[in-house]
Design a protein around this ligand. Structure first.
Ligand code: PGA
Length: 252
């Protein structure tokens, strides 16, 4: 009932010509992939060419962040209205690098989530604990706070598009992947929190992605567990062959 979703987070890589070349090589490799929703999240300057190159295909384009206002004097920001206007369909919210380097908080995540839902963008809300949280047994406390504040005031009737990405910070870009058991336990806990904060029905239908050093080799063991509905992929999404292989392996 939950369609698997695999999203590429290209971070601050790929100028428009590189994005176009990636998509040209990638599309034939995933042409028969209908079981999985595929999303590419390029940088802002590569959104337009990526939309053009994927037009009429099953590959969606998402933004890596956005502001929550419709418009205004917010130098450097991009609004949900602007993303809508160019047909972007998904948006990452509260990635740990945004939290670490750009002062994003659970409160700003909450504002952005409300704006994304109001503008019919599919929000991919990122949560996850630091190494020290895990080592001191605080993982569930951290996840609970991120979700309680992040999802505060969301109308369950409008929450159907919500996607959560569980990305333990210690696993991002480090080559350290959570074991399938660690990931499954965290996902199960997140689903139970969504049931409490929103509703059991929304919890049952919300897709929860795993992120953090997902590679073609470990995708199968992570993506096929009961509460894991796909992946958010950084490093391994930059090469079209590797990313297509990761998608193929995850849908076995
Ligand atoms: P990684 O990044 O796959 O390179 O660990 C994941 C992410 O930051 O979303």
């Amino acid at each position: 009932m939950r369609k698997p979703l695999i999203a590429a987070n290209w971070k601050m890589y790929k100028i428009p010509a590189e994005a176009t070349a990636f998509i040209g090589a990638f599309l034939p490799l995933v042409a028969s992939q209908e079981k999985t929703e595929i999303v590419l999240c390029p940088s802002m300057t590569s959104l337009a060419v990526s939309l053009e190159a994927t037009k009429g295909t099953q590959v969606h384009i998402g933004a890596q962040t956005m502001d929550w206002h419709d418009n205004g004097a917010f130098t450097g920001e991009t609004s949900p209205v602007m993303l809508n206007a160019i047909d972007v369909t998904h948006v990452l919210i509260g990635h740990s690098e945004r939290r670490q380097y750009f002062n994003e908080t659970d409160e700003t995540v909450n504002h952005k989530l409300k704006a994304a839902l109001a503008h019919k963008l599919v929000p991919i809300v990122c949560v996850g604990e630091h190494k020290a949280d895990r080592e001191s047994g605080r993982t569930n406390d951290v996840l609970k706070k991120q979700l309680t504040v992040g999802l505060q005031g969301i109308d369950p009737a409008a929450a159907a598009p919500l996607v959560i990405a569980y990305e333990p910070v210690w696993a991002i870009g480090t080559g350290l992947t959570a074991t399938p058991q660690i990931a499954e336990d965290a996902h199960k806990f997140i689903r139970a929190q969504i049931a409490e904060i929103l509703s059991p029905a929304i919890a049952a239908s919300t897709r929860i992605l795993y992120g953090g050093s997902v590679k073609p080799d470990n995708a199968a063991s992570l993506c096929c567990l009961e509460n894991i509905d796909g992946a958010l992929v950084g490093g391994a999404s930059l090469d079209p062959t590797s990313f297509a292989q990761l998608i193929a392996n995850s849908s076995i």
